[in-house]
Each structure stands twice: as structure tokens, then as C-alpha cells.
Design a protein. Structure first.
Length: 407
């Protein structure tokens, strides 16, 4: 019988420390939630525990190196769920996935590296199904607000219209937050891989890359890659930097939840109305394109890397506390009925909110969803958690899901 509900692996990382503090402040030690922290450095783990204050002196910690299969297996055998923050996942994440799949241990992470997600599904899903390990990737800002927002919209459409929406879009209405060195390192690694791998570039262009294969032709998807006007929001929009991740996760959810046989989905960031909105959209689009081109160029990648936050660095506690996000999700049925829902979060999206999201996702697996109810395999947030996570996110993570309008 596992000792812990959750072990936070990578607790000394920037986001790992935020998750650790959230769990301690929310549940303390020795409460209804049993948990521990883990990583490869005992010294750093003790420093994280000390930073929480005297009341955290009994918080268990486990030393386990990602390069040691035996240590990872030992860690997995002690817990129901491993929450992993050890990225870039494409460089460091596979040994833990393997250990969880082998031991039947449930797992959540924060990856936005869809090429790595596909790799893990291809290599370990048969084993996870056999052992009962539930593997849920993308349990942070990418992609819980998007994936659960679409799930919520479709549930509400069924209640109001008796059917689901064929066309769904998500628009970032407002957001305030920063980036950490860990996230930047993941982006750099992905661009570096793709710049020398034509097959990977082709895979990254496929909106169905992490969906199971099908015999029938799938509907054409239309990602927002340039300046466009959005009629639903009545505003200009620009590409959203997380869209390539979120859109693929949502498409995998549709493949299993069957929202609609001709389901289409895209994401973008709203920049405002009129000339000001148009100029802002143009600037954002140019900025994203310029950044990606610069990162793809090896000499410039090194220069940019020196200017941006390093792994272990990120937004200040004050920036995390004052951050927020507001997403509007629009849906339309085959007969033209429309619905708009809103997903909002009360902290910096990538860190303050992300820490609460993944902690509750892990607890959802550990305490709310029995192995007999949801068997082993690779899941998205929507397919793995459903209503149980919606309830937890609203009760404990500062997220709000509301219906704005219906027609």
C-alpha cells in the first residue's frame, strides 16, 4: 500500500517550490492529504523544506535521481501519484514515465512538449494499460484552462441545446504573468530539435499528432497564424503562443469524448478593437515570428538565452499573486445555436495558477477517481478527470467556469 497520495518530483525547481508551498499552505502535514517532496539533491530538498518554516519540519523528502531507474522505481512504489516538474521533459522526463508505467503509478506533469507526449504514448501506453498507470500530461496552464474550458462548454451546450458544438474557438481576453527559465529552456530545446529534423517539423504541423489513428478523413483545422479579425469577440486577434500545444490536447480529448465528428478548434489572443487593436495584433504577430526565427538560428539562440531567465528563475511572488488570466470560449452547433463560456484564474497563469492546477489534478487522481473507474492509459485533463477536476479547480485552485451568453 503506498505511503503517500502525492509525491512532488522536482520540488526544488522554480515551479516545484511553488507547488510545494501551495500544498503545505492548503493541507499542512499529517492531514487528509499525505504527501512528500522529491528530487536528486538532499541539500536542496532540505532547503525547500526549511523555507516553509518550522511547521514543515516533518515534511517527508525522498532523494531520487532521474538517471537512476532503481531510485525512480523506489519512489513510485511509495505513492499513488507522482507530480513531475522536471523539464525540459524531452531531455529528462522519459525515465520517470517508464518507472510509473512499469509500477502502475499514476502521473501528472506540466509539459507543453507535444512531440515528447506523442513519443511517450507510442512507447508506453500498452504497458500503462496493462499495469493500470494513469498518465496525464499538460496539467498546468497548458492545457487545463483550454481542455477543461472546451469540456465545460460542451457539457453546457448539451444541457441547453441537447447537442454539442461543432465549431469551438478559445480567445485569450486578458492575461498577466511572466515566464520562468524552465519554460524557456523547453522552448529552446524544441526549436533546436525541430530545426534539424524535417520529420519532427512535419509532426508539429499536424493538429492531430497525438490523436489515435483513424481510417476516415478528419476535418481541416485552421490555426490562427497571422493578423485576423474575430467576429465572435468583435476584436482583432494575434497568434497565441500556447495554441499549438492546447489545440492538439483538445483534439485528443475530442477523439475519445466524441464532441462532434466534424469538430474544429483554434486559439488566439485578442488585442483590441479598431486601429489600436489592429496595430497591437500586427506587433504581437511580428514579435512572435521574430522570436521563433531568432531562436531557430544557433548564434542568436545563445545570445537570447543569456538575456532571458535561467532555469530556477521566474516571476516574483508578488507578480505571481497579482497575475491572472481570462479566456473566452465560443461554440456553435450545426444548427447555428451559439454559446460563450469564460474560464478565469486568479494568479499568474504559468506559475501561481499552474501550481494549484497540477496539485489538484494529482489529488483528483489520488482521491477522487478509483482505478476501477478509470483504467490505465494516457489521458488528457478532460478525458482523465472530467467533472471531478472541474469541481476541484473551482473549490481550491481559484479558477471559475461560467456561461456568459447563449443563443
Amino acid at each position: 500500500m503506498p505511503t503517500f497520495d502525492i509525491i512532488v518530483y522536482g520540488a526544488t525547481s522554480f515551479v516545484g517550490q511553488i507547488i510545494t508551498r501551495y500544498l503545505f499552505e492548503q493541507y499542512g502535514i499529517g492531514s487528509s492529504v499525505t504527501w512528500a517532496i522529491a528530487g536528486r539533491s538532499e541539500t536542496k530538498l532540505l532547503a525547500v523544506r526549511k523555507s516553509l518554516g518550522e511547521m514543515a519540519s516533518a515534511l517527508p523528502f525522498i532523494v531520487a535521481d532521474a538517471r537512476s531507474a532503481d531510485e525512480l522505481t523506489g519512489l513510485c512504489r511509495q505513492t499513488k501519484v507522482v507530480v513531475s516538474t522536471v523539464g525540459p521533459y524531452a531531455l529528462y522526463g522519459e525515465p520517470l514515465i517508464k518507472a510509473c508505467a512499469e509500477t502502475g503509478t499514476d502521473y501528472c506533469d506540466l509539459t507543453g512538449e507535444v512531440h515528447w507526449v506523442k513519443r511517450m504514448i507510442d512507447r508506453y501506453e500498452p504497458l500503462a494499460k496493462q499495469t493500470g498507470a494513469r498518465i496525464v500530461h499538460c496539467c498546468g496552464y497548458d492545457s487545463i484552462p483550454s481542455d477543461m474550458g472546451v469540456y465545460y462548454l460542451q457539457q453546457q451546450a448539451k444541457v441547453r441545446f441537447g447537442t454539442t458544438c461543432a465549431t469551438v474557438t478559445m480567445r485569450v481576453k486578458a492575461a498577466k504573468g511572466g515566464a520562468s527559465g524552465g519554460t524557456i529552456a523547453s522552448v529552446f530545446n524544441l526549436v533546436k530539435e525541430a530545426s534539424t529534423d524535417a520529420a519532427l517539423r512535419k509532426e508539429l504541423a499536424n493538429p492531430y499528432s497525438i490523436c489515435p489513428p483513424v481510417a476516415d478523413k478528419r476535418p481541416k483545422q485552421t490555426p490562427i497564424l497571422s493578423v485576423k479579425y474575430d467576429e465572435d469577440a468583435n476584436a482583432w486577434m494575434a497568434p497565441f503562443v500556447m495554441a499549438a500545444v492546447n489545440e492538439r490536447v483538445v483534439q485528443r480529448s475530442n477523439a475519445f469524448l466524441h464532441y462532434h465528428p466534424n469538430f474544429t478548434y483554434n486559439e488566439a489572443m485578442l488585442t483590441g478593437k479598431g486601429v489600436v487593436g489592429l496595430l497591437a495584433s500586427t506587433a504581437v504577430t511580428a514579435g512572435i515570428g521574430g522570436f521563433m526565427m531568432a531562436v531557430a538560428a544557433r548564434p542568436l539562440r545563445g545570445l537570447i538565452g543569456r538575456l532571458l531567465p535561467k532555469p530556477g528563475e521566474g516571476p516574483s511572488p508578488e507578480a505571481q499573486r497579482t497575475g491572472f488570466f481570462v479566456h473566452d470560449v465560443y461554440g456553435k452547433t450545426d444548427t447555428g445555436q451559439t454559446i460563450q463560456v469564460r474560464v478565469s484564474g486568479d494568479r499568474d497563469p504559468g506559475y501561481g495558477s499552474t501550481a494549484k492546477m497540477i496539485a489538484q489534478a494529482g489529488l483528483c487522481l489520488a482521491q477522487d477517481i478509483a482505478k476501477t473507474e478509470k483504467t490505465g492509459g494516457f489521458y488528457t485533463p478532460a478525458t482523465g478527470f472530467g467533472d471531478q477536476l472541474l469541481n476541484r479547480l473551482q473549490a481550491h485552485s481559484g479558477l471559475i467556469f461560467t456561461v456568459v451568453t447563449t443563443d
